[in-house]
Design a protein around this ligand. Structure first.
Ligand SMILES: [Mg+2]
Length: 247
């Protein structure tokens, strides 16, 4: 099995190191990841300046771009094989509910899905440095084998969130739906040392609504959450409603 790994926390982050270690027994593992943190860049692609890729070892590249750049460059140029699977993570912090729309981790898996390659995004739902990357990585090894055997539905990636608990306390996986984030207006509004106003978004830890069957509901109860995400964002139930507007 040929697997490409990427992330948005940067190539030296503990999550990607644990993931590469755990997946190594499955086959050939390549790491193509940002050379610095790129969290919350979503599906950004770099078009207005050149990218550099530094080879750090056999099949290991640090790229001066976004997670989406890494998937593009890795598959189209840097690697001399086409991956059977792309795994993005393990992110430091959960990517649940509406946060998937900001996530560089999830977007890297989206990019692979767009290119027709099965993909998994994986995040450790931690508010600190994270203790359970190894446990999460071992679960992804099992899941990767299963994805290799079964394949994935078209245009669909798996968004996995693992609670940051000791391995023996992590409960089995639940298949979940995307939940809802609770917005808190977390903007800091202050004056800088030169007397100018500044704003800083997102100082408060995100919280989620406890919706039955959702990603957050699973993780808060100690389960691993697996949400199948579809790249077609169309709200089919609204098509008829809007056609009824007769615009
Ligand atoms: Mg991140």
């Amino acid at each position: 099995m040929n697997i490409m790994i990427t992330n948005d926390d940067g190539i030296t982050a503990p999550g990607i190191i644990a993931l590469a270690e755990a997946l190594r027994p499955l086959g050939r593992i390549a790491v193509v990841a940002p050379d610095r943190e790129q969290s919350a860049v979503s599906h950004a692609i770099t078009l207005h300046h050149p990218l550099r890729a530094e080879r750090q070892g056999d099949d290991i590249f640090a790229v001066s771009g976004t997670p989406t750049d890494c998937v593009n460059l890795g598959i189209n140029n840097l690697l001399d094989f086409r991956p059977d699977l792309v795994v993005s993570g393990i992110n430091r912090g959960g990517n649940m509910g509406d946060d998937v729309t900001y996530s560089g981790t999830v977007s890297a898996a989206m990019e692979a899905t767009l290119m027709g390659i099965p993909a998994i995004a994986v995040s450790l739902a931690t508010s600190g440095e994270g203790k359970s990357y190894e446990a999460a990585a071992l679960f992804i090894r099992r899941l990767a084998q299963r994805v290799a055997e079964e394949g994935l539905p078209s245009d669909t990636l798996l968004n996995v969130n693992v609670p940051d608990l000791p391995r023996e306390r992590i409960k089995g996986p639940l298949i979940t739906k995307q939940g809802k984030k609770r917005y808190q207006g977390a903007i800091v509004d202050k004056i800088d040392p030169r007397g100018r106003q500044y704003y800083w978004i997102g100082s408060i830890e995100p919280t989620y609504e406890d919706i039955e069957g959702s990603d957050f509901a699973a993780v808060i109860r100690g389960h691993i959450s697996i949400t199948p995400l579809h790249l077609d964002l169309t709200n089919y139930a609204s098509l008829e409603l809007l056609r009824g507007w007769k615009l």
